[in-house]
Write a protein that binds this ligand. Structure first.
Ligand code: HEM
Length: 163
C-alpha cells in the first residue's frame, strides 16, 4: 500500500461505500454473451450496478458500514471493488482521480481538523441517486492544526507563474 496506508484505505472505503458513478455507464453487447451463466443476447443494453457490487453481503463484511480498516487487513476482496468500472472501457481518469483524492485529502487532513459545526451533529450519509451520487449540503468546520505563522510556505509552491 506504500505510504499513508490509512489515508489510502479511507479513500478506498469512501469509493466503495458511495461510488460516485453508481451505475457506471451503459454498454451495448456486440455479440451474444453471458454474465455469471445468464445469457445476454447481442444488442442488449447492460448497466453495471457498482453500488450493489459494493454492498453485497456475501462479499463484504458489514457492507453498509464505513470501515476503512477492512482494506488494511489481508484478504480484502479487492477484485470486487470497482468504483471506476472494469474491463476495456473502465475509467480513463482513474489514475488522475486517485492522485487528486490522495493529494487534496492528505493536505486537508495534514493542516486541518474537521469538525461538525455543532458537536456531535454529523452529516447524514443519505444520497440522491442519479448519474452520479449526490449528498445533501452540509457544513464542516476546518480548524487549523498549526499556528498561523507555521502555515508558510503554502500548501503548493506559487513561484514560476506566468500571466
Ligand atoms: C472519483 C472520480 C471518478 C470516478 C469514480 C469515475 C468513474 C467512472 C466510471 C464508473 C466510468 C464507467 C466505466 C464503465 O463503463 O465500465 C468512467 C468512465 C470514464 N471516465 Fe471516469 N471517474 C472518475 C474521474 C474521472 C476523471 C478525472 C476523468 C478524466 C480526467 C475521467 C474520464 C473518464 C472517461 C473518458 C470515461 C469513459 C471511458 C470509456 O468509455 O472508454 N473520469 N469513470
Amino acid at each position: 500500500m506504500g505510504r499513508l496506508p490509512l489515508l489510502r484505505a479511507t479513500i478506498t472505503e469512501t469509493l466503495r461505500l458511495r461510488p460516485p458513478a453508481p451505475l457506471a455507464l451503459p454498454h451495448c453487447t456486440r455479440r451474444h454473451t453471458s454474465v455469471g451463466g445468464v445469457p445476454v443476447p447481442a444488442g442488449s443494453i447492460v448497466i453495471p450496478n457498482l453500488f450493489a457490487a459494493h454492498h453485497d453481503p456475501e462479499t463484504w463484511h458489514r457492507p453498509d458500514e464505513f470501515l476503512p480498516e477492512r482494506f488494511l487487513e489481508p484478504g480484502a476482496p479487492w477484485r470486487a471493488l470497482v468504483p471506476f468500472g472494469c474491463g476495456a472501457r473502465s475509467c480513463l481518469g482513474e489514475a488522475l482521480a486517485r492522485a487528486e483524492l490522495f493529494v487534496f485529502l492528505g493536505h486537508i487532513l495534514h493542516h486541518f481538523r474537521l469538525e461538525p459545526p455543532v458537536p456531535g451533529a454529523l452529516p447524514k450519509l443519505g444520497v440522491t441517486a442519479g448519474t452520479v451520487l449526490r449528498c445533501p449540503p452540509f457544513c464542516v468546520r476546518l480548524v487549523p492544526c498549526h499556528p498561523p505563522e507555521s502555515s508558510w510556505p503554502p500548501l503548493f509552491p506559487i513561484g514560476h507563474q506566468s500571466l
